[in-house]
Design a protein around this ligand. Structure first.
Ligand code: ZN
Length: 281
């Protein structure tokens, strides 16, 4: 079995759109490498994380190539990520899922997630030694003291954080001051409350207010600026032989063509995500 020399951390800034991240002008993030504009395979959290945990990062939408070539290249990239030289596409078979593969390579495997839709009871929790839904949806800093690299084994961490997810709130901001858009808060928790006699009432047409949406986009940009300082703390505490990928699971719409948010949306901006990775020097 091919050895692996690196710890590996996959950071997912939930819902962070590529152009929000660029507008924030992060200072720490470029230490990993060039920030690329890539495309998520899915427009919402659960399928996108499944894809990431298969080992397929957001793609570059390459022209004039077969998809199989693209996948192969992506799987081979794990030699660089893990500091290995013997991994091939065959290493990922038959399970096609990263955590069990990493375990066979001797890794301990951990997830800290912020979105309830990724909770530990979901199928995503396969091959993990620990899988934790964080107490708050928007506190990446709280994850840092829980990272452990001291038992002599390589570690894999999935860190999903929600400061960049609606309502784009920093942990220091009291919840009663968060912006509210009626019908968006706690969507999954309250789904059944809208059902009347086994049916849903006619879908309401929403009138989005441009000024409100501009404010929300500004909040996502501010969230990135804040997360850049948390990433600086992360970079300071990880061992030198750590490879880090920072990306997003999908983008976000802020009123473009009548859309808000992500999920059941077919639009370029819901798939546009930032991608940067590398080893700290
Ligand atoms: Zn998401």
């Amino acid at each position: 079995m091919p050895g692996a020399r690196h710890h590996y951390i996959l950071v997912v800034l939930d819902s962070c759109r590529y152009d929000s991240l660029i507008a924030a002008r992060p200072k720490t993030l470029p230490k990993l490498g060039r920030i690329e504009r890539r495309w998520s395979y899915a427009s919402w959290t659960a399928p996108s994380h499944f894809n990431l945990l298969m080992g397929l990062m957001p793609h570059t939408s390459p022209r004039h190539v077969f998809a199989s070539d693209s996948y192969q290249r992506e799987f081979l990239k794990f030699n660089e990520r893990l500091g290995s030289d013997g991994l091939s596409f065959g290493s990922f078979l038959p399970g096609l899922y990263l955590p069990p593969l990493l375990r066979t390579l001797g890794y301990t495997t951990h997830a800290m997630v912020s979105m309830p839709v990724l909770n530990p009871a979901t199928v995503l929790n396969h091959g993990f030694d620990s899988f934790e839904l964080m107490e708050r949806h928007n506190d990446m800093r709280a994850m840092l003291p829980r990272l452990k690299f001291d038992d002599g084994r390589r570690g894999f961490y999935l860190l999903n954080t929600g400061e960049t997810h609606y309502p784009y709130a920093l942990p220091s901001e009291p919840a009663d001051q968060w912006p509210r858009i009626s019908g968006v808060h706690g969507v999954f928790k309250h789904l059944d409350e809208h059902v009347v006699g086994g049916k849903l009432p006619r879908r309401r047409r929403q009138q989005f207010q441009p000024a409100k949406l501009r404010e929300l986009r500004g909040r996502q940009i501010d969230a990135v600026r804040y997360l850049d300082t948390v990433l600086e703390e992360l970079f300071d505490l990880v061992p030198r032989d750590t490879y880090i990928t920072v990306t997003s699971d999908h983008g976000e719409l802020f009123g473009e063509d009548g859309y808000f948010g992500h999920g059941p949306i077919q639009h370029e901006k819901v798939l546009e995500v930032p991608f940067v990775e590398g080893k700290l020097r």
